[in-house]
Design a protein around this ligand. Structure first.
Ligand code: COA
Ligand code: AMP
Length: 623
């Protein structure tokens, strides 16, 4: 069936469409309703049904004859290790670790924080939670103690799983001081910790509430999967919003499994047995969906890569992995390709490898600039597909649906709405704009399966943040255009979320870090264009009157504050000390206008501006 017919079908009769997709999974109890609209605008999928995501990702493939097939390949250039887990081995490790969780009192519905580097134990921990119906919340290893603490407080976990260190190129990043600090901040010092002691930084002294992973699994026994309701949460993943306080995106078991499995064939065009590689981090949604769940639900081999596009050891790392493991489909962020291109613009390293197994490159996390897209196409000689999605959706909302129909690529556009997503572009009054005009990108409700049904413990915030803007629509937070051919162009955010090297950050969280400095009276952080990372944070601070500080020392301590409170990934490009911040008469800081000035774009003076002269001062500083 061609794309347009399938797309229409998905919107005209979502029940039949998704029931057909759901039949591809094993359910322990069939659903009573495919789409439950009894509490609009809060829709649920597959209510009454029972399923286990881990069973569908592992056990069922063993039962279907895939026991010996590689399920997970851990490829770690930073430790010089490659380790393959067959479906049988991974199932066994997960089933045993699930027992460890149970022995530590974790039950169905309990939360478990996973703060780990890119090691197999992280994947095993996630799947073990899924196996017993516990809810994991993975926190990206690059986040600092305060960010981790906020997540621990919100999720109120039964235990935490972590490791002694992460490896960033040549650097060893100790995790436990951060974890200890976070647990103290969260007033959860006695929470049980299960810790992986890595040879690069062996754990010498164990906290009284800590257990070593290897000791914990030594006498544990494999346990079976526990069926859960389709609507029960599989995980919580915190993401940045407009305020500094992260939002706990909830992922339901049933809809998630159905949608993710469907995408493997229809979007990524891979079949069971194929090797699929998402070069991302398990701490982000791409890692959850396309390192862990989707490839395993589909019976593929997935790759867990503990390395970087450059420097581990060089800009040929991706090509080496593709050749060595015969990767068919690669998924990463455009920033990774910009980094490779900067090191090896003529693709000389590529000539050393046979990447003929590769059929498609998918990019997401930020808009792929046409230049990077064309360079990647020329180098790889395969279709390069920009696709658009977000933590909240968990899977692509706009893409070139390679397994349905390969559409023409328009550089700069993530192509068309994916079946299930009724994407509309509305003006600020909620009226649909004509094709070709820009506006707020919204999705008409209901969202398809797998999308967030709520925010953890905060239905009101879910409603306020996403559903209240225009009745009957979900607010994506992105702005852009739908063209005459139905291609979507995602051009910017409408809120204070920025995207640094594919990592989503809230300027509010960075501002909270800057304001902790006793000399700072007021501050603003904006995202400015960056050739490598897409965007980088830029800070502006107003000092308390009478402050007599050394400017270099002040800048250094402000940058350190961001690194230690948010994380090194959020390191600002620079901090400027200004006399005043540009504001509207109601006191709102004009971040959007500052950003346009910083990026050298034209800007209009907002009618409500308090004092236009302040913008001139900012422009002079940025010159
Ligand atoms: N744990 C601890 N620290 C981390 C970390 C992690 N998981 N990830 C990044 N950091 C640190 C880095 O060590 C670095 O610290 P430093 O400032 O002390 O050197 C800082 O955060 C910034 O790191 P990064 O954003 O990775 O920048 P970089 O300049 O080191 O590398 C790229 C640039 C483009 C190579 C890199 O950002 C990259 O690989 N991006 C791809 C991102 C991606 O796959 N995103 C997934 C979304 S789909
Ligand atoms: P995250 O939740 O971290 O995945 O970030 C989601 C946000 O990243 C989206 O709302 C967009 O702002 C941006 N984004 C992701 N993919 C794309 C893309 N292909 N094109 C444009 N923006 C994107």
């Amino acid at each position: 069936m061609d794309y347009r017919t399938l797309y229409r079908k998905s919107l005209e009769n979502p029940q039949d469409f998704w029931a057909e997709a759901a039949a591809d999974l094993v359910w322990t109890k069939p659903w009573e309703r495919v789409l439950d609209d009894s509490d609009v605008p809060f829709y649920q999928w597959f209510t009454g049904g029972e399923i286990n995501t881990c069973y569908n990702a592992l056990d069922r493939h063993c039962e279907a004859g895939r026991s010996e097939q590689a399920a997970l390949i851990y490829d770690s250039p930073v430790t010089g290790q490659v380790r393959t887990y067959s479906y049988a081995e991974l199932t066994d490790e997960v089933a045993v670790f699930a027992n460890v969780l149970q022995r530590h009192g974790v039950e169905k519905g309990d939360r478990v924080i996973v703060y780990m580097p890119m090691i197999p134990e992280a994947v095993i921990a996630m799947l073990a939670c899924a196996r017993i119906g516990a809810i994991h919340s993975v926190v990206f290893g690059g986040f600092a103690a305060k960010e981790l603490a906020v997540r621990i407080v919100d999720a109120s976990p039964r235990l935490v799983i972590s490791a002694s260190c992460g490896l960033e190129g040549q650097k060893v990043i100790p995790y436990l001081p951060l974890l200890d600090q976070a647990l103290r901040l969260a007033e959860a010092d006695d929470l049980t910790r299960i810790l992986v002691s890595r040879p690069q930084l062996p754990i010498e002294e164990l906290h009284p509430s800590a257990v070593l992973w290897e000791d914990a699994v030594a006498d544990a026994q494999a346990v079976d999967c526990v069926p859960v309701s389709a609507t029960d949460p599989l995980y919580i993943l915190y993401t940045s919003g407009t305020t500094g306080e992260p939002k706990g995106v909830v992922r339901p078991n049933g809809g998630h499994a159905v949608a993710l499995k469907w995408t493997m064939q229809h979007i990524y065009n891979v079949q069971p047995g194929d090797v699929y590689w998402a070069a991302s981090d398990i701490g982000w949604v791409v890692g959850h969906s396309y390192i862990v769940y989707a490839p395993l639900l589909h019976g593929c081999t997935t790759i867990l890569f503990e390395g970087k596009p450059i420097g581990t050891p060089d800009a040929g790392a991706f090509w080496r992995v593709i050749e060595q493991h015969k990767v068919k489909c690669l998924f990463t962020a455009p920033t990774a390709f910009r980094a490779i291109r900067r090191e090896d613009p003529r693709g000389e390293l590529l000539d050393r490898y046979d990447i003929s197994s590769l059929k498609t490159l998918f990019l997401a996390g930020e808009r792929c600039d046409p230049d990077t897209l064309h360079w990647s196409e020329e180098q790889l000689g395969v279709p390069v597909i920009d696709h658009w999605w977000q933590t909240e959706s968990g899977w692509p909302m706009a893409a070139n649906p390679m397994g349905i129909e390969q559409m023409e690529v328009k550089a700069g556009s993530p192509t068309v709405a994916v079946p299930g997503y009724d994407i509309r572009v509305l003006d600020d009054e909620g009226v649909e704009v004509p094709r070709g005009e820009s506006g707020n990108i919204m999705v008409k409700l209901p969202l398809p399966p797998g999308n967030l049904p709520t925010l953890w413990g905060n239905q009101q915030r879910f409603y306020d943040a996403y559903l209240s803007r225009f009745e009957g629509y979900y607010l994506t937070g992105d702005a852009g255009v739908m063209d005459e051919q139905g291609y979507l162009w995602v051009m910017s955010r409408i809120d204070d979320v920025i995207n640094v090297a594919g990592h989503r950050l809230s300027t509010g969280a960075l501002e909270e870090a800057l304001i902790t400095n006793p000399n700072v009276a007021e501050c603003a952080v904006i995202g400015v264009e960056d050739k490598l990372k897409g965007e980088m944070p830029l800070g502006f601070v107003v000092l308390n009157s009478g402050s007599t500080v050394d400017m270099d020392e002040l800048k250094e301590s402000l940058i350190q504050a961001v690194r230690s409170q948010v994380g090194a990934i959020a390191t600002p490009r620079d901090i400027h000390v200004v006399a005043r911040l540009p504001k509207t008469r109601s006191g709102k800081i004009l971040r959007g206008t500052m950003r346009r000035i910083a990026d050298g774009q034209e800007f209009k003076l907002p009618a409500t501006i308090e004092d236009p002269e302040v913008l001139n001062e900012i422009a002079e500083i940025l010159e």
